[in-house]
Design a protein around this ligand. Structure first.
Ligand code: FAD
Ligand code: NAG
Ligand code: NAG
Ligand code: NAG
Length: 520
């Protein structure tokens, strides 16, 4: 628009029409080079109106694809991959599966390539629930976890391991790990999958599990979309809890807080969900950490003031059946009696299992109504070894974080024994490590730069102090950095790439391998 206004001397209407026509011809011929009419599929390709595929939750990277495929059948995906493969190395064309586009730095985008809209595949695939001793559900990889929850609940069942937010797809979270407050017990989501159906970078449709085609199965889990497009997944289920007691307590000392967290995750008899958050209140703004919670002792709680100190909020849930409500209160009382939180800061609420699991969606609706959901999200997710967490907390929470009003900062430990070391996900060396997640939205351009520079300072500190920290939802731009990220696992990762996606067609937005250049 502004270009036309400023250069109206050059662009006469006739010239403009000619220009538009010219562009259309070029675009049309481009479409045919990307996708020839000989490619038979049941779904459809679109060549315009694809701006949505150049957006993600991070809202910082925007690369338009040449085409978007809305597949109806798995064979549509396989044919498309085979077609790109047949075009050979010179075409440079890439393919990105797009789940719900909740990546942070363009990971589900394909600059000038083909984006496959995985949610379109759902219509042709019913969710199938199997009861029995080891119940499971077979789902399309484009399915949102919230829909899986609703479907499974009809049978009194539910998946065991979650993410904090359920409007994410199975394929998207399994390509990373899927970590939340249940991971200390059940492991991440990638530890709760029995079988996958995958379209490899060679266009082959392969069913894989820990027993069959195991290398592909393990490679794809946490594999950042590098080895294949997951089209279907078999997910472990358990009997669904009905209600949860949802508890928050505060600490002013990090080491007391983290010691309690570690004791809780290693205890036999413990809570069902264990997370934690950092509350920095230096600007004096009121944080909503306790909104919709009721204090156990209202009078004492009302006297509690943080005085601008950094606080640590331990967040717990215990599942229960309303019919045994008496027992549950006794049990919680017992479990809480072993903790060292500030006594007046016990806050409890009671909600349905669904309402608890879908809690971030409630926050989303509030943020949306204030126009705060579609802002850039300069998030940083780290996995910090247990032996270094106090040092990390002292420097980062103590000196670098100035407030947490723009979004939560999560911190909680998990036990590596619940993770399968054959998958592609990269973890710190130690048995226990913490997920530390900085999850702000940037209010304006200025804010974005501040958050990005904070992230850089945090990463620089981890590096300089040799903390052995690994990024979760990793983001690097050079292969040197990726090699360091993978460490001893790099060779395996490259071998798997050569085996399953030798032309480096898949998930270019992760920037691990270059399409045009040879991957070695
Ligand atoms: C509000 C919010 C809360 C979150 N909370 C958590 C959390 O608690 N725990 C956690 O672990 N993560 C969390 N995440 C991160 C989330 O797991 C990742 O961002 C995930 O990638 C998003 O899923 P998606 O379906 O939108 O994937 P996309 O962004 O669409 O895709 C992610 C990557 O996977 C690839 N991909 C997508 N589908 C497939 C497929 N079927 N086969 C192969 N590759 C595929 C894409 O090409 C891309 O590289 C959160 C994200 C948001 C926005
Ligand atoms: C982690 O899990 C392993 C295996 O179950 C167990 O032996 C170990 O004690 C656990 N560590 C902690 C700190 O809970
Ligand atoms: C934040 O700190 C101010 C004083 O600096 C205090 O008045 C306020 O209650 C604190 N907010 C919370 C949620 O603790
Ligand atoms: C995975 O763990 C097993 C058993 O603890 C160990 O023998 C093996 O070397 C590990 N593999 C990798 C790739 O780290």
């Amino acid at each position: 628009m502004s270009f036309m206004e400023r250069s109206n001397i050059l662009l006469t209407p006739n010239l403009l029409i000619l220009l538009v026509f010219f562009c259309m011809v070029i675009k049309l011929s481009l479409c045919f080079t990307v996708i020839p009419s000989s490619l038979k599929i049941q779904g459809s390709f679109s060549f315009h109106g694809n701006e949505f595929a150049a957006r993600d939750f991070g809202n910082r990277y925007h690369f338009l694809p040449s085409a978007v495929l809305r597949p109806k059948k798995v064979s549509d995906i396989a044919s498309t991959v085979k077609h790109v493969l047949q075009m050979g190395p010179a075409s440079g064309l890439t393919i990105a599966a797009r789940g719900h586009g909740h990546s942070l730095q363009g990971q589900s985008q394909a600059p000038q390539g083909i984006v496959i809209n995985m949610e379109s595949l759902i219509s042709g695939q019913e969710m199938q629930i199997h009861r029995g001793r080891f119940p499971f559900v077979d789902v399309s990889a484009g399915e949102l976890w919230i829909n899986i929850l609703h479907e499974c609940l009809k049978y009194g069942l539910a998946p065991k391991s979650w993410t904090d937010y359920l409007h994410l797809t199975v394929g998207g979270t399994l390509s990373n790990a899927g970590i939340s407050g249940q991971a200390f017990r059940h492991g991440p989501q990638i530890s709760n999958v029995y079988q996958l159906e995958v379209v490899t970078g060679k266009g082959e449709v392969v069913v894989c599990s820990a027993e069959k085609n195991a290398d592909l199965f393990h490679g794809v889990l946490g594999g950042l979309g590098q080895f294949g497009i997951i089209t279907r997944a078999r997910i472990a289920l358990e009997p669904a809890p009905k209600m949860v007691k949802w508890i928050r307590v505060l600490y002013s000392d990090f080491s007391t807080f983290s010691r309690d967290q570690e004791n809780l995750i290693s205890a036999e008899n413990t809570f069902d969900y264990i997370e934690g958050l950092v509350i920095v209140n230096k600007t004096g703004l009121v944080n909503n950490w306790r909104s919709s919670f009721s204090p156990e002792e209202p009078e004492q709680a009302s006297k509690f003031v943080s005085d601008g100190k950094t606080l640590f909020c331990l967040e717990l849930t215990k599942n229960f059946d309303p019919q045994e409500s008496d027992n549950i209160n006794q049990e919680i009382k017992f479990l809480l009696s072993k903790l060292n939180y500030i006594p007046s800061t016990l806050f409890v609420t009671e909600v349905s299992y669904t309402k608890f699991l879908d809690r971030v969606h409630s926050a989303e609706l509030k943020l949306r109504s204030k126009g705060l959901w579609d802002l850039p999200h300069p998030w940083l997710n780290l996995l910090v070894p247990r032996s270094k967490i106090n040092n990390f907390a002292e420097v980062v929470f103590g000196n670098m974080l100035t407030d947490t009003n723009n979004g939560p900062v999560l911190v909680y430990p998990v036990n590596k024994s619940k993770w399968d070391n054959k998958t592609s996900v990269v973890l710190p060396e130690e048995d226990i490590f913490y997920l530390v997640a900085f999850l702000p939205h940037a209010a304006e351009n200025d804010g974005l730069q501040n958050f990005l520079s904070l992230n850089k300072r945090i990463l620089d500190f981890c590096e300089a102090a040799s903390l052995g920290v690994k990024q979760y939802l990793p983001f690097y731009t050079t292969q040197v950095e990726w090699r360091r990220h993978f460490g001893a696992r790099w060779e395996t990762f490259v071998q798997r790439k050569l085996a399953y996606d030798p032309l480096a067609i898949l998930a270019p937005g992760q920037r691990v391998f270059q399409r045009s250049i040879s991957i070695l």
